[in-house]
Ligand binder design. Structure first.
Ligand code: HGY
Ligand code: MN
Ligand code: MN
Ligand code: MN
Length: 401
């Protein structure tokens, strides 16, 4: 695989869903941008004589060989992005999967078991709030009855968004038959950090995913007039929220962990009114589960202490939790041995992390010189991506014969 060949396929996908100005992507599940990305994938798959199907949860599968066959080897990732995200997080794994099929054929590999490239839906949870929704539904890790009631920030139901794309939301739910047909899953992903850059390696293998979770904080105060209410008479939820953000930063540093408040909703969100209510979402991640628990509990306590001072109220609810994921199965060991690549943990969640509890799973990382992700500065060179395709092909060749 040459850098030029990688760039040729990449350039046919990368303009889709770019948000203009900042060069970021707005590929949110079941929006027009997402549907165009999905059409792109189907076309590229059909061009390769792969059999395309969409499963009950909206995940797309492109099969080389019998979809009903057992012992399937699957690769792929996702096409959705966070708002104004980078272009590689997700799509790199999908493009690499399609090119790996090309390279397997050029090497004369004839799989003795079905091979598929998969696109999981709503991996970022950027529209409906639950990360890895497509793979969680497939594995039974998320309740379909709750899923159909998920709404985006405009109040659109997931059920309606999927219905608009021609899917029947009543079919959402576990897909054990499909899962049991999978013998291996390999997700290639851009590294969301600079470990490979620091050791000058183009490709790495994942050892683990940090435990992490999303927690909704609701702050309730007293709406009032911004001009006539004395400071001493206020119960401003934004003040409690602000102190919670500062506490999250301080406590995370003390725990050697990561805590982020990246999304805030305020009501009534007016310039000349003290807010009555504010919601904020904490993204918390740590190297082990007990540290994660302590981190979140301490932040919650600090928020409650501040609320007592401000005369406001705070409530916290965990929205999605991911336990520690160890990539220690045969496929991961083979990847590390076969590729001779460095092995590294990540703080980022992936569909591979959801599948790892059900299927022998490995993740490959491609070097990201900026280390930035979930922002337009995310980057990977075509040369490194081409190496990633070759290493993915090596691994798939070993697994599918
Ligand atoms: O948020 C994550 O960890 C991943 O990038 N979806
Ligand atoms: Mn991501
Ligand atoms: Mn991703
Ligand atoms: Mn007025």
């Amino acid at each position: 695989m040459t850098a030029e060949r990688f760039a040729a396929l990449w350039s046919s996908l990368s303009p889709i869903g770019r948000a203009g100005g900042d060069g970021g992507y707005l590929r949110h599940s079941w929006t027009d941008a997402d549907l165009v990305c999905r059409e792109w994938f189907v076309e590229e798959a059909l061009d390769r004589d792969l059999e395309v199907e969409i499963d009950r949860n909206g995940n797309l599968w492109a099969w080389w060989g019998e979809p009903e066959g057992a012992g399937a080897v699957v690769t792929g990732s996702h096409l959705d992005s966070v708002p104004h995200g980078g272009g590689y997080d997700g799509p790199l794994g999908v493009v690499s999967g399609l090119l790996a099929v090309d390279r397997l054929r050029e090497r004369g590999v004839t799989p003795t078991r079905p091979l598929a490239v998969v696109v999981f839906t709503e991996e970022e949870g950027a529209r409906f709030g639950v990360p890895c929704l497509g793979s969680r539904l497939m594995t039974g890790a998320f309740d379909p009855a709750k899923a159909v009631r998920l709404r985006d920030r405009d109040g659109v139901l997931l059920a309606d968004a999927m219905g608009r794309a021609g899917l029947d939301p009543d079919r959402l739910g576990p897909d054990p038959e499909r899962l049991n047909r999978m013998a291996a899953f390999v997700e290639l992903h851009i590294e969301q950090g600079r470990a490979l850059d620091h050791i000058d390696a183009p490709v790495g293998v994942a050892s683990a995913i940090w435990p992490h979770g999303r927690y909704r904080f609701d702050f309730a105060g007293q709406g009032n007039h911004a001009g006539t209410t004395r400071m001493s008479d206020r119960h401003d939820p934004m003040l409690t929220l602000a102190h919670t953000v500062l506490a999250a930063d301080e406590v995370a540093r003390l725990h050697g962990a990561h805590a982020t408040v990246g999304r805030v909703d305020v009501a009534p969100n007016a310039t000349n009114a003290i807010a009555a209510h504010a919601s904020a979402w904490l993204d918390a991640r740590a190297a082990d589960e007990s540290t994660l628990e302590r981190l979140v509990e301490t932040i919650h306590q600090r928020a409650e202490e501040r609320a007592r001072l401000d005369g406001t109220r705070v409530a916290m609810a965990a929205e999605s939790l991911t336990g520690e994921v160890e990539f220690a199965g045969n496929v991961s060991r083979l990847a590390a041995k076969e590729l001779g690549a460095p092995v590294l943990p990540t703080g980022a969640g992936h569909d591979a992390g959801v599948l790892a509890g059900h299927v022998d799973t490995a993740m490959l990382f491609v070097r990201n010189p900026t280390g930035v992700s979930h922002a337009p500065q995310e980057s990977a060179s075509a040369a490194d991506c081409a190496v990633g395709v070759e290493r993915l092909t090596d691994l798939l060749a070993r697994l599918c014969q």
